[in-house]
Write a protein that binds this ligand. Structure first.
Ligand code: KG4
Ligand code: ZN
Length: 347
C-alpha cells in the first residue's frame, strides 16, 4: 500500500520495549504529523527500589497497563481503534519480555481489526522523534542516539536507511548516568537527578577523564568514567556539596565527549543536519552544548532536537516511524512478526 500524499492517515503506536508503557494516536494530513493522543505510564516508581529496571516486573506492568492506555487513547483521540488506519509497534531492540507484550497485543489487534501492521525499530523511533517539528531535518543527517541501553552515532541516508558509524564499547551514556547517581546516592533515574543537581553547581574543580576523545573512530566508552567517579568516593566521606560537584563534573565529561565526537563525525561525513535522540537527549546541558557547537563549528548544517517529552521512550515516535515505513510501501505480517531484542538500526 502506497499513500496518496493528500490523504489523511491515522496510526496507532505502541511502545513497551523497556519500562515505559506508551500508546499514541498519530494523524498525518498532507504529510504533516499531529498527535491526537500520546499516553505514557512510567514504571519508574516500581523499579526505583531496585535501582534499575527488573524485566519481569516491567513485563507484568505492561500487561496490566497497556489495555487501559489503549482505552484512554480512544477517549482522548475521539477515535475507535477500529477506525484507525494502521498499527505500529516497537519490536526491538529492548527487553524481550517487555517487547513481547506490545508485539503480541499489536499482532492481535492487526488480525482482529484487519489493519496493516509495522514492527518498528525502537532506535529508529528515537531518530524519528526529530521529524515532528518543521522545518524537518534535511538528509543525509547525522544522529546521536543516547539512551539507557544505547549510545550510537548513525548516519541517516534516507527514511529507514541508517549506517552505524560508532557505538559505546561498554556502558550506554544513560546507564552511566544511572550508575553514577546510584554511587553518589542521588536517586533514580540518574539522568534527570544529576541534571537537576548540576544546575546548582557553579564551580567544577574535579578533573575526570574524557574516554576515547582522542581516538579517531566514533566509538564511546563510559565504564571507565563511572569507575573514576567511584574511586573519588572510596575511603572518603564526601559532603553533600562534594557529591553534587562530582555529579556535575561527571555530566560535563559525558557531554564533552558526546558533543566533540558528534561534531567530528559531522565534519568527516558531509551531512545537512545533526540530530539527537533518546532519553539522554532530554539533558538540557547536552542540548545547549550541541546546539552551540553545531552553530559554531558546522557551517550550513542545521541542528534539531526532539521535544523534551519525545526524547525518553514514547509511542508517538513509534507511530511516526511506522507511518514512514508505510510511505515506503513496507509492511509487517501479523503472522510472522516477532520481537528482536538485539535489532540493529542499520539493516
Ligand atoms: O530512551 P530512554 O527513555 O530509554 C531507553 O531506550 O533506554 O532513556 C532512558 C535513559 C535513562 O538512563 C535516564 O537516566 C536517561 O535516559 N535520561 C537522562 C535525562 N532524562 C533521562 N539522562 C541525562 N539527562 C536527562 N535529563
Ligand atoms: Zn529508548
Amino acid at each position: 500500500m502506497r499513500l496518496n500524499p493528500l490523504s489523511i492517515h491515522t496510526v496507532l503506536g505502541i511502545e513497551t520495549s523497556c519500562d515505559e508503557t506508551g500508546v499514541a494516536v498519530l494523524q498525518v494530513e498532507r504529510g504533516k504529523p499531529k498527535l491526537l493522543a500520546n499516553l505514557l505510564y512510567s514504571q519508574v516508581t516500581l523499579h526505583r527500589k531496585y535501582g534499575g529496571v527488573v524485566p519481569e516486573v516491567a513485563a507484568r506492568a505492561h500487561v496490566e497497563k497497556l489495555p487501559v492506555l489503549l482505552k484512554l487513547a480512544e477517549n482522548e483521540s475521539g477515535l475507535r481503534l477500529r477506525d484507525l488506519d494502521s498499527i505500529a509497534v516497537a519490536s526491538g531492540p529492548g527487553l524481550i519480555s517487555s517487547l513481547a507484550v506490545g508485539v503480541e497485543t499489536a499482532r492481535t489487534l492487526a488480525w482482529a481489526l484487519e489493519k496493516p501492521l509495522f514492527g518498528v525499530n525502537h532506535l529508529e523511533g528515537h531518530v524519528m522523534a526529530n521529524f515532528f517539528t518543521r522545518p524537518q531535518p534535511k538528509l543525509p543527517a547525522l544522529c546521536l542516539i543516547v539512551s539507557g541501553g544505547h549510545t550510537e552515532i548513525v548516519l541517516m541516508k534516507g527514511f529507514g536507511r541508517f549506517v552505524k558509524l560508532g557505538r559505546t564499547q561498554d556502558d550506554a551514556a544513560g546507564e552511566a548516568f544511572d550508575k553514577v547517581a546510584q554511587i553518589l546516592g542521588l536517586g533514580y533515574p540518574g539522568g534527570p537527578a544529576i541534571q537537576k543537581i548540576a544546575q546548582g553547581v557553579s564551580n567544577i574543580t574535579t578533573v575526570l577523564p574524557r574516554p576515547m576523545l582522542n581516538r579517531k573512530n566514533f566509538d564511546f566508552s563510559f565504564a571507565g568514567l563511572k569507575t573514576a567517579v567511584l574511586y573519588k568516593t572510596m575511603g572518603r566521606r564526601l559532603t553533600k556539596a562534594q557529591r553534587f560537584e562530582l555529579a556535575a563534573a561527571f555530566q560535563e565529561a559525558v557531554v564533552d565527549v558526546l558533543v566533540q565526537k558528534t561534531i567530528r563525525a559531522a565534519k568527516t561525513i558531509r551531512v545537512k543536519s545533526v540530530l539527537i535522540g533518546g532519553g539522554v537527549a532530554a539533558n538540557t546541558f547536552l542540548r545547549k552544548r550541541m546546539r552551540n557547537a553545531v552553530q559554531k563549528e558546522l557551517r550550513g548544517v542545521t541542528y534539531h532536537e526532539p521535544d523534551l517529552k519525545l526524547c525518553t521512550d514514547n509511542a508517538a515516535m513509534i507511530a511516526l516511524a511506522g507511518y514512514y515505513r508505510l510511505t515506503r510501501g513496507e509492511r509487517s505480517n501479523w503472522k510472522t512478526l516477532r520481537v528482536d531484542p538485539t535489532w540493529e538500526v542499520q539493516r
